[in-house]
Design a protein around this ligand. Structure first.
Ligand code: OOG
Ligand code: NI
Length: 449
C-alpha cells in the first residue's frame, strides 16, 4: 500500500532549498561564499582523483553541494517546543546539549538533525537552535521587559500551527500541505527590518548583551547563517578576502590532519543591516553571517576527552597562521592514522566487507582480529562522519559576531534539565548514536553478535 504522505526527507530537502534561496537573496555575500566553496571543492576533486572516487563510492559526491546546517535563536520554551514539533515533520530530532554560558553567551542549545544514516544521506540539513536564558539578564526591570516582549509575540503563523497539528494527527503531510508548511516556516525564519521595540529599548537590551536584542526585538527568529561543506577550509579561509569577504580571525576546531576529526569551521563577519524601530527611529542590527564547515570523523568519549583537553591546553592565538601552527604542535598527542585511532578506541568507524571479504565468510566472526582483516583487504573501515557541533567552536562563532573574539571562556552553570523541560523532550546522546552505527556495521559483517 502506498503512503499518502510525503516523506519527511523530501520535506526537509524542500525546506533547506527554500532556506538557501531565501538567504542568498537576503544576504548576497552568502551567495558569493557558496561560489567560492564550489570552486575550491571542484579544485580539490580535480587534484585528487582518489578522493573523488572515495566520495562517489560512499554516495557523498551528490550531496557535497548542499547546505549542512543553519542556526536560529529563540526566546521562550513555547517557541522551542513548537520548533521541535515542526522539525519532527521534517525528520529532524534534537541531538546534543550545548551550554554556551560557559563562553559568556547567555544561551543553551541543541541541534535538530536527521538521525539514521540513510536519512542523513538523503539530506543532512540540520539547525543549531539556541534558547535565550533570560535568567542571565541581571537587571530585573530589563529582564521583565524582555519577558513581556517575548510573551507578546507569536513567531509562527496560524497556518503553520494548523499544519503542524494536522501533520501530527494524520501522521504525515500530503504534497500540498508539505509545500504550505515550508512556506509557513520560511515566514518565521525570514528577516524582519521592522523591530517590535523603540530605539531606547533596543539599545538597553543590546547593551546587556547583543544576543538578547537579537532574540527579543524582532517578530520572528531570523535564520542567522547557513553553512555549506568544504573539502578544504584552509583554502577557502585564505581566499575569502579576494572575494570581498572578511573572515573571522581563526578557523575553529582541530588543526588540519591526515585523518580529519570532528569539525572545523570559519565564518564571515555579520553584516550591519538597516532596521526600523517602533518610534520611527532608524538604526542598524548586526546578526547575519555566512559560515563554512569541514567535517571529519566522530570521536568516542575517550577521543573527545583527549580533544577537549588538547584544545583547552592550546588556547587560542590571534592570527590564524600562528593558531594553526600551534594547534598542530599540541595535537601531535592525538594519533593521526586510522589504525591507531581504531586500536586506541578514539574514533568511530563504519565497517564493510570488501569483495575479497565476501569470498571468505569463514574469516568473519565475533573473535576475528579486525585489524588483520583490514590489513589483508577483507574488511573496509571508513570513519563515521561527525554530524554534530562543538561548544567551544560555537562560542567562537558567536563571539566573532559579538565583536569579542578573544572574549573570556569562563565557566558558568549548565542546565540541561531546564533546557529539556523547555523543549518538552530529552535530547539524544550523540556518542550513543555513533556507537550504535558502528555496532550495526560490525554486526552486518558478522563481527559482532
Ligand atoms: C549559532 C552559532 C553556533 C556553529 O556552527 O557552531 C553554530 C549562532 O550564532 O546562533 O552555528
Ligand atoms: Ni554554524
Amino acid at each position: 500500500m502506498s503512503e499518502p504522505w510525503v516523506s519527511s526527507d523530501s520535506i526537509r530537502t524542500a525546506f533547506s532549498q527554500a532556506m538557501s534561496t531565501m538567504y542568498q537573496r537576503e544576504v548576497p555575500q552568502y551567495g558569493t561564499l557558496l561560489q567560492l566553496v564550489a570552486e575550491v571543492n571542484q579544485h580539490c576533486l580535480n587534484a585528487d582523483p582518489g578522493l573523488r572516487e572515495a566520495l562517489r563510492d560512499r554516495d557523498e559526491l551528490a550531496r557535497l553541494g548542499v547546505e549542512r546546517h543553519g542556526a536560529i535563536r529563540v526566546g521562550t520554551a513555547d517557541e522551542l517546543a513548537f520548533l521541535r514539533r515542526i522539525f519532527a515533520l521534517m525528520g529532524m530530532y534534537p541531538v546534543g546539549y550545548y551550554d554556551l554560558a560557559v563562553a559568556s553567551v547567555p544561551v543553551h542549545a541543541t541541534a535538530f538533525r536527521p538521525i539514521a544514516a540513510e536519512r542523513l544521506q538523503r539530506n543532512p540539513f540540520r539547525l543549531f537552535t539556541s534558547l535565550l536564558r533570560l535568567e542571565l539578564i541581571d537587571d530585573p526591570a530589563l529582564r521583565q521587559r524582555a519577558a513581556d516582549l517575548l510573551a507578546r509575540r507569536d513567531i509562527f503563523t496560524p497556518r503553520c500551527r494548523e499544519l503542524v497539528a494536522q501533520g501530527e494527527a494524520q501522521g504525515g503531510l500530503d504534497a500540498a500541505q508539505a509545500d504550505a508548511l515550508v512556506s509557513a516556516v520560511l515566514e518565521t525564519f525570514r528577516w524582519h527590518q521592522h523591530t517590535t521595540v523603540d530605539r531606547s529599548t533596543y539599545l538597553a537590551l543590546h547593551q546587556q548583551h547583543r544576543l538578547i536584542a537579537d532574540v527579543v526585538c524582532f517578530p520572528g527568529c531570523h535564520i542567522n547563517h547557513l553553512t555549506p561543506r568544504t573539502l578544504d577550509i584552509d583554502s577557502v579561509q585564505a581566499q575569502m578576502p579576494a572575494f570581498g569577504i572578511t573572515p573571522k580571525a581563526i578557523i575553529e576546531g582541530p588543526p588540519r590532519r591526515a585523518c580529519p576529526i570532528l569539525l572545523r569551521q570559519t565564518s564571515f563577519k555579520a553584516l550591519d543591516e538597516p532596521v526600523h524601530f517602533t518610534d520611527h527611529a532608524a538604526g542598524t542590527h548586526t546578526a547575519r553571517f555566512g559560515e563554512i564547515e569541514q567535517r571529519g570523523g566522530a570521536l568516542t568519549a575517550a577521543g573527545r576527552a583527549l580533544y577537549d583537553r588538547l584544545l583547552a591546553d592550546a588556547g587560542s592565538l590571534e592570527s590564524n597562521a600562528a593558531h594553526q601552527a600551534h594547534l598542530r604542535d599540541v595535537f601531535r598527542a592525538f594519533p593521526d592514522d586510522h589504525a591507531a585511532l581504531r586500536q586506541q578506541g578514539l574514533a568511530f568507524y563504519q565497517y564493510r566487507l570488501t569483495d575479497a571479504g565476501r569470498a571468505a565468510p569463514q574469516r568473519f566472526h565475533p573473535f576475528a582480529d579486525r585489524e588483520a582483516l583490514i590489513a589483508e583487504g577483507l574488511l573496509d573501515a571508513w570513519p563515521i562522519v561527525y554530524e554534530d557541533f562543538l561548544p567551544v567552536s560555537a562560542a567562537g562563532i558567536f563571539q566573532s559576531n559579538l565583536g569579542s573574539e578573544s572574549g573570556a571562556r569562563a565557566a558558568g552553570r549548565s542546565s540541561r534539565a531546564q533546557f529539556e523541560a523547555a523543549l518538552g523532550a530529552t535530547v539524544n546522546d550523540e556518542i550513543a548514536l555513533y556507537a550504535a552505527a558502528e555496532a550495526d556495521s560490525l554486526r552486518a559483517c558478522g563481527l559482532l553478535r
